[in-house]
Design a protein around this ligand. Structure first.
Ligand SMILES: [Zn+2]
Length: 273
């Protein structure tokens, strides 16, 4: 676990995810975030009064080291966007010196273009990628991942409708996380941590996560609905069952939804990967 490196882009909402990975023994972290903690983050991101005004990366670095004193944590106080070149990213993360199975790049921002940049970086360097977002108001959340050589559909395939909408100006570039109860963020962080370990330890025979990713390889989009508020076809069988079965309800229902490679994917089709 000490060899494993988690690169997290956008750190505020991921504090508990990163702390959990440190508790699980992950030894190396690279944190990207240009923001400082504000008062509202006490309600939304697990910040304390003493954190206000400090860079999020510095605060999280301190917490990780409090859990895992030998952990190597690199705090990068900037955002990942088109102004960060591939070369600069490689230099800051040391990604080219690592075996891809020891690295996980996590896109944890609610900005479409930042997520897109992270996706491209993961595909460019051939390292596993995990992305997460909360739906408007916290009605649910999504986790998706891409592992070279294992998953067929890339994030572009999975989110092709969203890509087309944003690029056509028909959808917002930023998520609406306002009003999200903090426990929804914690729930998402728990799921992110579970899949992060599945990805990082899939090839590690001595761990309980050995080969745990195979069953999700073609179902690499995981969606959670709270109290049936998310309207999506994947949940319809659950909701139908709820209507007819008097003793079954599905609070915080999570489904892993089958994904296909898209012929006109904005990411992998052009590059032929
Ligand atoms: Zn694709």
């Amino acid at each position: 676990m000490f060899r494993k490196k988690v690169i997290c882009v956008g750190c505020g909402g991921s504090i508990h995810f990163l702390e959990t990975l440190a508790r699980c023994g992950v030894g190396r972290f690279v944190l990207f975030d240009g923001d400082r903690f504000e008062n509202t983050n006490i309600a939304t991101q697990g910040a304390y009064l003493s954190d206000i005004g400090k860079y999020k990366t510095d605060v999280i670095k301190e917490r990780i080291v409090q859990i895992h004193p030998d952990a190597e944590v690199i705090a990068v106080k900037r955002f990942v966007d088109d102004t960060l070149t591939d070369e600069a990213f490689a230099f800051l993360t040391g990604i080219q010196d690592d075996s891809p199975q020891d690295v996980l790049l996590c896109g944890c921002t609610d900005d479409f273009y930042a997520q897109d940049r992270c996706t491209n970086l993961a595909m460019r360097f051939g390292v596993p990628y995990l992305a997460a977002q909360i739906f408007a108001g916290g009605t649910g959340h999504e986790v998706l991942f891409w592992v070279p050589g294992l998953t067929e559909a890339c994030p572009g395939c999975m989110l092709s409708t969203r890509y087309k909408k944003v690029l056509a100006g028909d959808a917002k570039e930023k998520g609406e996380s306002a009003g999200t109860p903090p426990f929804i963020t914690d729930h998402l962080n728990a799921l992110k941590a579970d899949f992060a370990l599945k990805i990082l330890c899939n090839s590690e025979e001595t761990t309980k996560y050995y080969c745990s990713l195979e069953k999700y390889a073609d179902r690499n989009y995981i969606m959670t609905s709270f109290e049936g508020e998310v309207s999506a076809p994947a949940f319809e069988p659950l909701y139908e069952t709820e209507k007819t079965e008097t003793d079954l309800t599905y609070p915080a229902a999570t489904v892993a939804i089958g994904q296909d490679k898209e012929a006109d994917c904005p990411l992998c089709a052009e590059k032929g990967t």
